[in-house]
Design a protein around this ligand. Structure first.
Ligand SMILES: Nc1ncnc2c1ncn2[C@@H]1O[C@H](COP(=O)(O)OP(=O)(O)OP(=O)(O)O)[C@@H](O)[C@H]1O
Length: 212
């Protein structure tokens, strides 16, 4: 379970949000909607430890997690809007890299895990390709496999359907629903309302539920 209590973020004098409270139970898919520039990506970055908050508390499974400093942990898997794949690595290496370098997993074990994940996401035949040789939907699935390889407690997606066609959007929705069945907690920033309806247990409207 993820809990955010009175989270406040400002950049210099620009207050982005104040006293944000949000609880996401295990296995829930929560979509976060709201207009551009309102602070949705900033919130995900704070949750993932890539950005600090000015005040407030975060708890993961009732354990306090500092939001006042950046963290380099595997507990939250972030899937970036532009995928952030390593361009000079193959699909397989993109998925294997973090378990080996961050978690010190043995190479054979990391390869086995990466292949299982790629298989489950329908990408077995793409493992030797480089990111530039993939479609947007395939890149998105590699980014999901890469995040899952770190066995995070929570997966957080920033606009996972941006730039995807209807079929790839549907595939991403199916992946999110499958992961939900495995009790993976998922936070999804999206402006795509039909997609949000398809995948979400709950929708958090940033514009109305957050003080500024
Ligand atoms: N590093 C930064 N320094 C200063 N201001 C920033 C920084 N990052 C973001 N901001 C500001 O914070 C506000 C929220 O940005 P954020 O990217 O979180 O919005 P968003 O809701 O995700 O928008 P979008 O849907 O367009 O991605 C914006 O006004 C942005 O200019």
């Amino acid at each position: 379970m993820l809990e955010l209590k009175n989270l406040t973020k400002q950049y210099d004098t620009n207050m982005i949000f104040k006293n944000l409270n949000l609880t996401v139970p295990d296995g829930e898919v929560l979509s976060i909607v709201g207009p551009s520039g309102i602070g949705k990506t900033t919130l995900l970055k704070i949750v993932a430890g890539l950005e600090t908050a000015n005040a407030g508390e975060m708890f993961l499974d009732n354990k306090a997690v500092s939001v006042s400093e950046e963290r380099n942990t595997a507990d939250i898997g972030l899937i970036f809007q532009d995928f952030n794949l390593f361009p000079n690595y193959t699909v397989l290496d993109n998925v294997m890299l973090a378990p080996i370098t961050v978690q010190k997993m043995a190479k054979d074990q990391a390869k086995k895990l990466a292949r299982e994940l790629l298989h489950s996401l329908g990408l077995s035949d793409k493992e030797k390709l480089f990111p530039y040789q993939l479609s947007g939907g395939q890149k998105q699935r590699v980014a999901i496999a890469r995040a899952l390889a770190m066995q995070p407690q929570i997966l957080a997606y920033d606009e996972p359907t941006s730039g995807l066609d209807e079929q790839s959007t549907y595939q991403v929705a199916e992946i999110i629903k499958d992961l939900k069945k495995k009790n993976v907690t998922q936070l999804v920033i999206t402006h795509d309302e039909p997609f949000a309806k398809m995948i979400s247990d709950r929708v958090f409207d940033f514009a109305t539920e957050v003080e500024r």
